[in-house]
Design a protein around this ligand. Sequence first.
Ligand SMILES: [Zn+2]
Length: 224
Amino acid sequence: MELPIRLKVHPRASRIVLRVDPQDAAVDLVVPRGVRLAEAVEFARSKGDWIRRRIEALPPRVPFADGSTIPVLGFERRIRHRGPRCRDARGVVWLEPGELHVVGEEAHLPRRVADWLKLHARDDFTRRARQFAAETGRPLRRVTVRDTRSRWGSCAVDGSLSFSWRLVHAPRFVIDYVVAHEVAHLSEMNHGHRFWAVVDRLVPDIDRPRAWLRDNGGSLLRYG
Ligand SMILES: [Zn+2]
């Protein structure tokens, strides 16, 4: 099996690290500066079985396409393409029971679904963050969504929060945990016990969403 390998030289890496990117099933090889290319390639070659097992274990990709079912804010929605001359359109993209309808040219459907999801992610996460911030009594500036792969949320010193819009595919208790986590950083910019006490006050049973993200977080990148 031939596999594309993305080689990344990382000045702060202390050893060669191999990982499979769940979004595109490509192999990332992170190499400390000074390691010879041949040595890095040999390392990847020696891990062939491990790579194959990781790729086979990845959940299947679900494209944004007519007939695909995707989770949206805790509900399964089947994507339905409606033709350009659809008469009962309620916008470009809209919800029907159990479905997500998209009008227009089929070629534009993936982008339209992604744009709609980002908008809904931002609205939903903002509303949640405002509720949690009101409970802690800390001022919240603004909430943005991005396409980050390495972290689900972040908190800036100026009081703005940022989230990966792909959390929109996660169950509600997971979204709430990630939002509560970042809101708690408005009170405590660390992961000390006072920080966790704030998270605990905002959401119950934080072990469950943390375990879910550890086990299933990669699957959120498989949509679209
Ligand atoms: Zn944190």
